[in-house]
Design a protein around this ligand. Structure first.
Ligand SMILES: [Zn+2]
Length: 325
């Protein structure tokens, strides 16, 4: 399929080595010629990007700035293919994943170890935690040159607003053009899949851990308040009926939470025990993803007052909230 401009935006689909399949990146014409997300750090992705830019009569060097919706490798890995002095903009929280300095690696490993033990994961399964000491785990060798936060002007793209949409990633931003209601939404809203609310270490050591599913749900609320006409997504097709996609996603999520409540009703449980029941076939292979999803549902049920946790022993036990009855 030929790449074409629709208004000031061109959608490019790049291959990734990940299960999710292709990732969409966008060229946006403004005061600065902008690329939103950069794809992954593979030769296939680089040559595909060059080929598709050529269909727009552009070269890599014509891109004046890259905006990053979030730090995941399928969106930020391709930053490495740009020249040294390119402007790279995104949320401050991307930076620690790009820099991978000693302090962050320390915080990262300690956080996942403590968190996993609290959730009742047996020590012999802790190997699921990514080893960030090995060099090839790094997402990109580039760093952000400026940080973007909600309320800031978006440099080079007049009329576009920055919307912070944490949930799938703590660093997640969406970009919204008020004049025609177009959003470039990264992985916040996808047409066919609900993004996983991935657990991340808190920003500062010792801080309370994030509650990604609750954050995700409030980011959805925020989007419902905007008259969005079209979302250009990070994977797959565009979304036109935003309220319908949000609504059906939230119903599915609530139903899953109610299944978790039933499990806890039958038996007060650790996070790991719930995770095994929810994802019996994949929890061993995808412990990071399935545990994040499970803890999301537990945080959600707790926020509704349906369940409560007991942290008097080293493993946290979730039980039905007796005060609720
Ligand atoms: Zn993605």
């Amino acid at each position: 399929m030929m790449v074409e401009w629709i208004g000031n935006i061109a959608k490019l689909s790049l291959p990734t080595p990940y299960a999710v399949g292709d990732v969409n990146v966008y060229v946006v014409k403004g005061d600065a010629l902008t690329l939103i997300d950069a794809g992954s750090r593979t030769e296939e992705s680089r040559s595909s990007l060059i080929r598709q830019l050529a269909e727009l009569r552009l070269e890599m060097n014509d891109i004046e700035q890259v905006l990053i919706t979030h730090h995941h490798p399928d969106h930020a890995g391709g930053l490495d293919f740009f020249t040294k002095d390119i402007n790279i903009l995104g949320h401050l929280y991307n930076q620690r994943w790009f820099e991978m300095d000693e302090d962050f690696i320390e915080l990262h490993d300690q956080f996942y170890k403590d968190f996993s033990r609290e959730m009742g994961i047996p020590d012999e399964m802790l190997g699921y935690i990514n080893d960030y000491r090995s060099a090839d785990r790094s997402i990109t060798n580039k760093k952000l040159t400026s940080f973007l936060a909600e309320g800031d002007d978006l440099p080079g793209l007049r009329g576009w607003k920055i919307i912070e949409t944490p949930g799938h990633a703590q660093s997640h931003l969406s970009f919204y053009k008020e004049s025609d209601g177009i959003m470039i939404g990264g992985d916040h809203l996808l047409a066919k899949i609900t993004p996983n609310p991935l657990m991340e270490p808190p920003f500062k050591p010792g801080e309370e851990r994030p509650k990604p599913l609750l954050q995700y749900n409030s980011s959805l609320e925020k989007c419902l308040e905007l008259p969005i006409s079209l979302v250009y997504t990070g994977h797959g097709e565009e979304i036109r009926d935003v309220p319908a996609v949000i609504q059906s996603g939230r119903i599915r999520q609530h139903e899953r939470a109610m299944r978790v409540k039933k499990m806890i009703e039958a038996h007060p449980s650790s996070g790991f025990e719930i995770c095994r029941q929810l994802f019996p076939k994949v929890y061993q292979r995808e412990l990071g993803l399935t545990l994040s999803e499970t803890v999301g549902q537990l945080d959600y049920l707790e926020s509704l007052g349906e369940i409560a946790h007991d942290s008097s022993s080293s493993v946290m036990i979730y039980a039905i909230n007796q005060l609720q009855r």
